[in-house]
Ligand binder design. Structure first.
Ligand code: F0G
Length: 360
């Protein structure tokens, strides 16, 4: 019987030597590419969702963490550290535990979702809530890794990007070629960098030729209150309900601009309202539950469609980066912001049937 073996085993020949010797894996990757019928109809294109919430810790970070922790293990590291808006810390904590390493995580105080926080703690990480935002946490993590014997596993670690590029390989393997457009949320900008590298390396004219005959246009979307790349300058106090991408000075800023420019793509912003509307559409129409930041890719696609930028019939992939259970509170709000109230019934079939709309 065949089981997906994890991204290092599946794409070993396309990953660096130092990630392949001591493999630490939770069988990440191999996530579904789901046709999105309602969205396709709305934008007049063939839209697919790359559902990265189905990775072992519930986000795309696992693709880069298997490679980063494997490389750290090969180098004899005993301890790793990261700054995080939540998902990186959950993933680092799980893979470090699997590898028998200790893990320190630095998170912005009060600004990370409960699901993510509980994962880091469950997996035994030492959690420091820093009196600052994500950008401050990353500065601190870099300093610690320079001065102390601890490996930094943020996406500034080259092994992270290498692992994450495998998502682009999977899209090409599933579709038979690259899509016309690839949409994704942008926070610290590691993922857009990784996808673009993956698409470049997987074409027939690449150094190590791959099956794709073309490359997609990369469309990245930041939250409007945390949109430094769109604005062209760092944002000192980033704000958005999509806490995963609440980042004012992305580490991979220049690589994200290169992905945009080399692919003929764009990087735009979407408001929190647009993010929540897309979040609601994904849950209620497509059956795909994601965390708010993940919905930025779809919110951006809808915005571009409204602006007439989506070519009719195009093949489009939106990466939805993290599972809805990470940050479930947003599902319990109505479109007007009020709380969803449960309907209470006695133990009585007729009353229950009426409440369900099955009887008058
Ligand atoms: N979506 C989710 C769910 C994320 O957790 C992140 C980043 C992004 C999108 C943006 O990806 O940073 O590569 O541009 N989360 C990081 C973290 C910052 O610490 O978990 P990016």
């Amino acid at each position: 019987a065949h089981q997906w073996r994890g991204v290092i085993a599946e794409y070993a020949e396309r990953l660096p030597e130092n990630t392949r010797g001591t493999v630490v894996t939770l069988r990440e990757g191999g996530t579904p590419l789901i046709p999105a019928e309602h969205l396709s109809e709305l934008v007049g294109a063939q839209v697919h969702l790359k559902y990265e919430g189905l990775n072992p810790t519930g986000s795309f970070k696992d693709r880069g963490m298997t490679t980063a922790i494997s490389a750290a293990a090969a180098a004899g590291a005993r301890a790793v550290i990261c700054a995080s808006t939540g998902n990186t810390s959950a993933s680092a904590a799980a893979y470090a535990t699997k590898a028998g390493m200790t893990c320190g995580v630095l998170v912005p105080d009060g600004k990370i979702a409960m699901g993510k926080l509980s994962q880091a703690i469950a997996h035994g990480a030492t959690l420091l809530q820093v009196d600052g935002n994500f950008d401050d946490c990353l500065t601190l993590a870099r300093k610690l890794s320079e001065a102390y014997p601890v490996e930094l596993v943020n996406s500034v670690n080259p092994a992270r990007i290498e692992g994450q590029k495998t998502a682009a390989f999977e899209v090409v393997d599933a579709l038979g070629d690259a899509p016309d457009i690839h949409c994704l949320p942008v926070g610290n900008a590691g993922n857009i960098t990784a996808y673009w590298r993956g698409y470049r390396q997987y074409t027939s004219d690449a150094e190590q030729p791959g099956p794709a005959t073309r490359r997609p246009r990369m469309w990245g979307f930041q939250a409007a209150g945390a949109a430094p790349i769109v604005l062209g300058h760092p944002v000192d106090e980033p704000e958005t309900i999509a806490t995963a991408i609440r980042i004012g000075n992305p580490a991979s800023w220049e690589f994200a601009e290169a992905a945009r420019d080399e692919s003929g793509g764009l990087i735009d912003s979407v408001t929190d309202e647009e993010i929540l509307a897309a979040h609601r559409l994904l849950s209620s129409r497509e059956g795909v539950f994601v965390e708010p930041a993940s919905a930025a890719s779809v919110a951006g696609l809808l915005k571009a469609s409204d602006a007439g930028q989506v070519p009719g019939g195009a093949t489009i992939v939106c990466t939805v980066t993290g599972h809805g259970l990470k940050d479930p509170q947003w599902a319990l709000k109505n479109a007007d912001g009020s709380d969803v109230e449960p309907t209470r019934v006695p133990v009585d079939a007729v009353t229950a049937a009426r409440a369900l709309g099955l009887a008058e």
